[in-house]
Design a protein around this ligand. Structure first.
Ligand SMILES: Cc1cc2nc3c(=O)[nH]c(=O)nc-3n(C[C@H](O)[C@H](O)[C@H](O)COP(=O)(O)OP(=O)(O)OC[C@H]3O[C@@H](n4cnc5c(N)ncnc54)[C@H](O)[C@@H]3O)c2cc1C
Length: 387
């Protein structure tokens, strides 16, 4: 494995790698074939406490910082795994931690930390409104002791492997609010008691092994005490969580990128064509070297975003830039690794094609590259808002 000399937390990396080594290429390849959830891996990761990294010790978590949490997820992907199966367990709880009441924190965080409760589903995106989040149509009607939810979400990942879902829904109609970001609320939905009449889950098949779904709500009841924070301020709460999500996903891309570079370099050194290793040709070397350079730069931005977050300083711009740079760098590294492997890059047994499909997602989710550029243009460069 290539060591970048910016690698921080070597002991943490070693411990996570030791766990990941028990779940090698074959494990992930077989799951990719059967489209199954990596249950055994997620259980071990949870039992070892890695997924509770961001939960403070007073609630039973490991109380680590964002930089360390990012290294945990990076290391999973760097070892050939796919942290996307469970990464949301690490950060979705942040909305409760930052905006929940003391009762909500005491009730949910210890059980999330121990893994007794899985909170790894997050319902924001809708089929008709996509990136235009504030136009979302799912609504929560207040009925006294509870709310009733009506509407539909799409790409709601891991719902079938989650006990709880963090849901963004409209509580005040769009035409009755001053700003379109107002009137949205966040709910912690307990999926365990839901019946098929109130909640329907339709799995979506995707190009990689990722459990994701279309979810229909027809009057699902959510107790009033499961509203997080104040009614109508949910959009702000969700935005607060996005910096963590983007920084952590940037780290996964960096892990993917290093994995591709490792594989490409090893193969280029071994594979002999025309009587010499293909890696002796600069036409092969240079693209690998360039991908590595870009990856290292993205890696620095990940740490900057994580460190600012840990210092409690605004990190929106850095988190977005880290996500964009890292997703681009991992995608570049993926293409380079595929090209370096020639025909074998397409063979299932080399795992390049699997990781290639997996890392492509991050050009689109959880926020697409264009929307990040738009954020930087408007909020960092003060250019006029385009939408
Ligand atoms: C596998 C997978 C898992 C996901 N998991 C979750 C999840 O768990 N929870 C959840 O809430 N969501 C999830 N998502 C949704 C994801 O966040 C969205 O797909 C993403 O935000 C883009 O939204 P969209 O697909 O509706 O694309 P659209 O908003 O329809 O955009 C389509 C394209 O147009 C571009 N575009 C749109 N508007 C503009 C503009 N103004 N300027 C320039 N370009 C523009 C976009 O960049 C994009 O490339 C997941 C998606 C996938 C594919």
């Amino acid at each position: 494995m290539i060591n970048a000399n910016t690698d921080r937390y070597p002991e943490l990396r070693e411990a996570v790698s030791a766990l990941c080594e028990r779940f090698g290429d074959e494990y992930w390849r077989e799951l990719d074939d059967s489209r199954d959830y990596p249950e055994a891996f997620v259980k071990e990761l949870t039992d070892a406490g890695w997924l509770s990294a961001l939960i403070p010790e007073e609630y039973g978590g490991t109380g680590l910082g964002m930089a360390e949490a990012s290294v945990i997820l990076e290391q999973i992907n760097r070892c050939g795994g796919n942290a996307g199966a469970c990464h949301a367990q690490m950060y979705t709880m942040g909305t409760i931690l930052r905006h929940g009441s003391p009762e909500q924190k005491n009730k949910f965080l210890p059980e999330i930390a121990s893994g007794q409760l899985r909170l790894q589903a997050f319902g924001v995106t809708e089929p008709n409104t996509g990136s235009d989040t504030t136009k979302l149509r799912t609504r929560a009607e207040f009925k006294g002791d509870y709310y009733e939810i009506y509407g539909e979400k799409v790409w709601t990942s891991r719902v079938q492997h989650s006990d709880l879902l963090l849901l963004l829904a409209r509580t005040t109609p769009l035409d009755q609010v001053k700003k379109k970001s107002e009137g949205l609320s966040v709910f912690l939905v307990d999926l365990r008691g839901a019946t098929g009449d109130e909640l329907e889950v339709h799995p979506i098949q995707t190009m990689m092994n990722h459990e994701t779904n279309q979810v229909f709500f027809s009057g699902l009841k959510v107790p009033r005490e499961n509203l997080i924070g104040e009614e109508g301020r949910g959009f702000r709460y969700i935005l607060d969580g996005m910096n963590a999500e983007r920084t952590l996903i940037a780290a996964e891309c960096i892990g993917d990128g290093y994995w591709f570079i490792d594989r490409a370099s090893a193969y280029a050194g071994e594979r002999e064509v025309f009587g010499r290793p293909i890696g002796q040709n600069q036409g092969i070397q240079f693209p690998i070297a360039r991908a590595y350079v870009n990856l290292r730069a993205a890696d620095l931005m990940r740490y900057q975003a994580a460190d600012l977050f840990d210092q409690g300083v605004k990190s929106g711009a850095e988190a977005n830039m880290a996500k964009l740079l890292a997703a681009d760098a991992s995608w570049e590294a993926a293409n380079v690794a595929l090209q370096t492997h020639g025909g074998y890059g397409f063979a299932r047994d080399y795992d390049i094609e699997r990781k290639f499909r997996e890392t492509r997602l991050y050009q689109i989710a959880p926020i697409s590259t264009n929307l990040i550029l738009s954020f930087v243009a408007e909020h960092v460069l003060n250019l006029p808002r385009s939408y």
